[in-house]
Design a protein around this ligand. Structure first.
Ligand code: OGA
Ligand code: ZN
Ligand code: ZN
Length: 397
């Protein structure tokens, strides 16, 4: 008799999650069959879960490492499970007993967890945040956070991360204008993403520059490190000195420009998102190359990344009949980027630190006269995962 063989383990209701998922919705019905369960919620949502999926996600200490909280259950080593029993228990947990060959196993799922993961595909498509595309209008609503709030309050750092997620750009004011201070700002989020330029770099006009940024030239709108397979996500630029004539910063929302291009000229947008270009940076110590399209889309066709950097662009390796159309397409995109209606113009003063999503927001600067005074910025990069992680930690209750 099967019941005699039951080796039941009732898991705790923690779901092996340091921040338990909660929902204000209630369960009104549960129907079971061998292959799975169907839950009905009080707002009418119906969530179907298959037996194999549920079994795979059991969070009991047998199936998840009790400290690491990572999955130790390996479905490949077990027979395909079926549902033996399922019921809504007190506190609106769902208790399930599975049968798999001669084995059985009991699992407990909380309703908050089931609500989170039992989403229909439409809910999956919702972003965790809403992107706000912008043009020059952002100047009047650019998120500005004081250094003190950012470093010492949850609300400050949350506002800054929110702005990077939604607008792709945020300004910090009042950062002590000391070398290396931007690293303290970065470390409030997570580890600094190092590159061939080190963990941070000084943007000054220098006698033997190995990059255009280290001259007094104007820099057209660009994304940094386009020659990397995965360019850094978030760039921090901190101003230490700014007494020169010129050198003002300019930013543009690449997703806004690409969205307008998609509507105005879908063929050009298609060319820029289909064909990869080559990028390269090399100096005495490195030679780093990548090949990727100017506009990268996700599987749903949404903008994922813009990669635009004229001085890192290497010779195109494209079919001959694509070369001329590609030059035309790049020129069209570039002309749009030059349009002031997309520009956020900022003159960075000592103590200002601007941060932006380098996959979305392009940056540039006006030329400056190095004899007219001093200009000194420092830059470094962060991973977007670390920003998102910091936000989740702030939300942990
Ligand atoms: C850079 C850069 C802009 C500036 O360092 O990547 O683009 O304002 N600098 O100097
Ligand atoms: Zn288990
Ligand atoms: Zn740059």
């Amino acid at each position: 008799m099967l019941a005699a063989d039951l080796n039941c383990v009732t898991s705790s209701a923690s779901m092996a999650d340091l921040a338990p998922l909660r929902t204000t919705r209630n369960l009104v019905d549960l129907a079971q069959d061998l292959e799975g369960i169907t839950l009905v919620w009080d707002d009418g949502r119906v969530s179907r879960f298959t037996a194999a999926w549920l079994r795979d996600n059991c969070a009991c200490p047998q199936c998840r490492h009790p400290q690491a909280l990572e999955r130790t259950y390996m479905f490949i080593d077990h027979a395909t499970p079926t549902i033996l029993a399922a019921a809504i228990g007190p506190g609106e947990v769902v208790d399930i007993t599975f049968a798999a060959g001669s084995e059985s196993h009991s699992s407990r799922f909380t309703k908050g967890w089931l609500r989170e993961y039992g989403c229909c595909e439409d809910a999956l498509r919702e972003r965790e945040f809403t992107q706000r595309l912008w043009g020059s209008d952002i100047a009047s609503r650019l998120t500005t956070v004081s250094y003190a709030d950012y470093m010492h309050t949850s609300d400050g750092v949350r506002a800054w991360i929110d702005a990077i997620q939604t607008d792709g750009v945020a300004l910090l004011k009042g950062v002590p204008a000391q070398p290396g201070q931007l690293l303290e700002v970065g470390r409030r989020i997570g580890p600094i993403r190092a590159t061939n330029f080190g963990d941070h770099y000084d943007v000054v006009s220098m006698p033997n520059p190995n990059a255009s940024a280290y001259t007094a030239m104007g820099l057209e709108l660009h994304t940094d490190l386009a020659n990397w397979r995965s360019p850094p996500d978030v760039q921090l630029l901190c101003c230490l000195k700014s007494t020169v004539t010129g050198g003002e910063s300019v930013f543009a929302d690449g997703f806004m420009v690409a969205e307008e291009l998609r509507i105005a000229d879908p063929e050009t947008h298609g060319l820029l998102s289909t064909h990869a270009l080559d990028f390269r940076f090399h100096d005495d110590s490195c030679d780093i190359r990548a090949r990727a399209p100017t506009i990268e889309l996700d599987r749903a066709g949404r903008h994922l990344q813009v990669r635009f950097n004229n001085w890192l662009r290497a010779p195109m390796r494209l079919p001959e009949d694509v070369i001329e159309p590609m030059y035309q397409a790049l020129a069209t995109f570039w002309r749009m980027l030059r349009s002031p209606r997309f520009h956020l113009n900022v003159r960075l003063e000592p103590g200002d630190l601007i941060a932006y999503n380098n996959h979305r927001v392009l940056h540039g600067r006006a030329p400056f006269d190095p004899r007219s005074g001093e200009r000194h910025l420092q830059g470094c990069y962060l991973n977007l995962e670390d920003l998102q992680s910091r936000l989740r930690l702030l939300d942990r209750v």
